[in-house]
Design a protein around this ligand. Structure first.
Ligand code: HEM
Length: 386
């Protein structure tokens, strides 16, 4: 009988899951959850071993329903995984992301250009969401019709040049997630006129018989989904934790060159992808327990990233932490394809806002967290920019 229970479903848990992660890690680090029907892993060493061990499969693993499409790299095992990832990998390399940095800056500048000091804004809907959404749609080759509408507006909108005409079905304003038909339409239009964007790259792979038409569609959908929600939640959470730790925020303001190490620490401290699942393809011993063939393991990245065996004073936000081998982007063959891009977005948005506004204040103490033990983040973040 386990000394602890894991009930990751209450609003209190969602607001602060870290005490429950600590309890599990200290008292039952390889925990069988009857309610979830899986093993819950919270030690850094166990989590990273499972993610690197190819005897654990990434296939068929609810509850990541939206990512659980049949033909994407996210739920593929070797050799298919390598083939699917290879088709787009180079588009997310360091040099590709560095080339994109000016555009990231431009989008952020555009989003905040109308913001006036002493204005209340919601950093989630007005900044954290539109930035990665626009970037991912542009990379795919489907420019975002919502960018202009999403701007932080504290004054009447200035008249702007028309945004580039999007390919595909126009999204209704406020549509959170374009559906499959949106991307299908965009792919069909790209077939008529091949362009140098992600959909173009996917279609080239289809022509070379490296991807099927279904894989082209699913990869476009999954890239959009994976690149958007996590980054938006990370940006909002990063601001919240900086505002909640004024000494750390002040340190970063005094020395903006700390932005890279601050970003790594914010990722370690509280990243949106809290946990990922794997399925054992053999009987495998982890610590004192044996995970039987067919059983699932929930690897809690957010718990591993506060393991005192690896991180000193793990519950404290320390923007100069070094080394910082966090698992916010996972590890092993499925490690986040978009990590470099996400880092560039987070770094640029924090640096820009801090440089532009000498003071930022939370506009309310009533902060709501949404999501689940898989993806967790802020529903909104009202702040006053001064
Ligand atoms: C802060 C933002 C982000 C976080 C915290 C994050 C987190 C993660 C994690 C933990 C994984 C591993 C999943 C697993 O092992 O099952 C992953 C995989 C992945 N991420 Fe991200 N991600 C972020 C941003 C992005 C962006 C911007 C993209 C852009 C396309 C992206 C695309 C992907 C893809 C395609 C995979 C699957 C890789 C594979 O299975 O080989 N992510 N991400």
């Amino acid at each position: 009988m386990s000394p602890v229970t894991f009930v990751p479903t209450t609003p209190e848990w969602l607001a602060d899951p870290f005490p429950s992660y600590r309890e599990l890690r200290e008292q039952d680090p390889v925990h069988w959850s009857e309610a979830l029907g899986l093993w819950v892993l919270t030690r850094y060493e166990d989590v990273s071993l499972v993610l690197k061990d190819e005897r654990f499969s990434a296939a068929n693993r609810p509850p990541q329903r939206r990512l659980n499409r049949p033909t994407t790299m996210v739920t593929a095992d070797p050799p298919d995984h390598g083939r699917l990832r290879k088709s787009v990998r180079y588009r997310f390399s360091l040099s590709a992301v560095n080339a994109l940095r000016p555009r990231i800056q431009e989008i952020i500048d555009q989003l905040i250009e109308a913001a006036q000091p002493a204005t209340e804004v919601d950093l989630v809907s007005q900044l954290a969401k539109p930035l990665p959404r626009t970037i991912m749609l542009e990379l795919l080759g489907v420019p975002d019709p919502e960018l202009v509408q999403a701007k932080i507006r504290s004054t009447p909108p200035a008249s702007k040049a028309e945004p580039k005409k999007p390919k595909g079905i126009p999204l209704a304003p406020g549509t959170a997630m374009p559906g499959e038909s949106f991307f299908q339409e965009a792919i069909e239009q790209h077939r008529e006129e091949l362009e140098d964007d992600l959909i173009g790259v996917l279609l080239e792979a289809e022509t070379g018989h490296r991807l099927t038409p279904e894989e082209v569609l699913d990869t476009a959908v999954i890239l959009y989904g994976a690149g958007q929600e996590t980054t938006a939640k990370m940006i909002a959470g990063a601001f919240y934790h900086l505002l909640s730790n004024p000494a750390q925020l002040e340190k970063l303001r005094r020395d903006p060159s700390l932005i890279e190490s601050a970003t790594e620490e914010l990722l370690r401290f509280d990243a949106p992808a809290q946990a990922i699942t794997r399925r054992a393809m053999d009987d495998i011993s982890i610590g004192e327990q044996t995970i039987r063939k067919g059983e699932k393991a929930l690897c809690i990245l957010a718990a591993a990233d506060r393991d005192p065996e690896v991180f000193s004073d793990p519950e404290a936000l320390n923007i100069v932490r070094d080394p910082n081998p966090h698992l916010a982007f996972g590890t092993g063959i499925h490690a986040c394809l978009g990590a470099t891009l996400a880092r560039a977005e987070i770094q640029t948005v924090i640096s820009t806002i801090l440089a532009r506004f000498p003071r930022i204040e939370l506009a309310t103490d009533d902060i709501t967290w949404e999501g689940s033990f898989i993806i967790r983040g802020l529903a909104s973040l009202p702040v006053v920019l001064r």
